[in-house]
Design a protein around this ligand. Structure first.
Ligand code: ADP
Ligand code: MG
Length: 253
């Protein structure tokens, strides 16, 4: 994350003109920001208040939409006010990009719609009364088939070039019997070779092992186990075009 970033032009403008308020935006203020940004025509209610972002159920001309709003202030991020405002925009932009990439590649994520500053809108998963539950809160009828769908889903994400760095039963929603992956703010792209493919693939592998272990904890309640290392290795090997990790990921034959 850039700590001396080129500020998002709109954020910079608002800092220069003093229209960014120092106070925590709060519900009303965030709702106004969502409407002002043109992301929705109606803000219905708060679905989730997280550590650094809130998720709202909104509607655009009557059609439901989820909007994730990264909080500009009172977050665990360090840094001065302008940097903080921009950091949150950066996170929203990064999450949006990762979701778009995953969605374009056919992975199971809520369709991303738009991103404006610290706000991003996407398809709302759930019914009129409540949002789709997190896997963590669901009692599965066919756990083994669902585990298969989750593992297939993680592979599909990687095929789309994305490794989710915070995989767990908290970041998977169960909608119409299928797993949907959400929360891509820390996701890693594994499809391009940037300057340091080895570093990126190493990070991605660690994240995957961690994620599969977290999922293993959840599926343990059904007596199912996940071999985290093997799954992670398989995924990374499929992304490691130049064999930079081959000594670690290939098993001796
Ligand atoms: N597209 C969506 N449709 C319905 N609910 C959603 C959607 N995206 C997020 N949520 C709800 O908001 C919660 C938090 O979203 P998440 O992206 O995981 O943010 P956080 O960074 O706070 O963990 C989810 O657990 C889910 O309940
Ligand atoms: Mg989350």
């Amino acid at each position: 994350m850039p700590n001396h970033p080129t500020l998002d032009a709109r954020v910079q403008w608002r800092i220069d003109h003093g229209t960014i308020d120092q106070r925590e935006p709060g519900y009303r203020r965030t709702a106004e920001a969502i409407l002002d940004a043109g992301l929705a025509t109606e803000v219905r209610r708060l679905i989730s208040a997280g550590k650094e972002a809130d998720v709202y159920l909104c509607a655009y001309n009557g059609a439901p939409l989820a909007v994730k709003a990264y909080r500009l202030y009172r977050t665990s991020h360090r840094g001065g006010r302008p940097i903080k405002a921009d950091t949150m925009s950066w996170l929203a932009a990064h999450e949006f990009e990762m979701m778009r990439q995953a969605w374009k590649g056919g992975a199971s994520v809520p369709t991303p719609a738009r991103r404006v500053e610290n706000l991003l809108s996407m398809r709302y998963l759930g019914g009129p009364d409540q949002p789709a539950p997190r896997l963590q809160d669901v009692r599965l009828e066919a756990p083994s088939a669902f585990l298969h769908a989750v593992v297939t889903g993680v592979h599909a994400l990687a095929s789309a070039g994305i490794v989710h760095s915070d995989l767990s039963a908290f970041n998977i929603l169960v909608h119409e019997g299928r797993p949907y992956f959400i929360d891509f703010s820390d996701a890693i792209r594994v499809d391009r070779t940037g300057g340091v493919p080895w570093l990126r693939l190493t990070q991605a592998r660690d994240a995957l092992v961690h994620g599969f272990e977290a999922l293993g904890n959840y599926f343990g309640r059904y007596g199912l186990a996940i071999d985290a290392e093997t799954h992670a290795d398989r995924i990374i090997a499929s992304r490691d075009r130049f064999g930079v990790l081959s000594d670690r990921t290939r098993r001796p034959s």
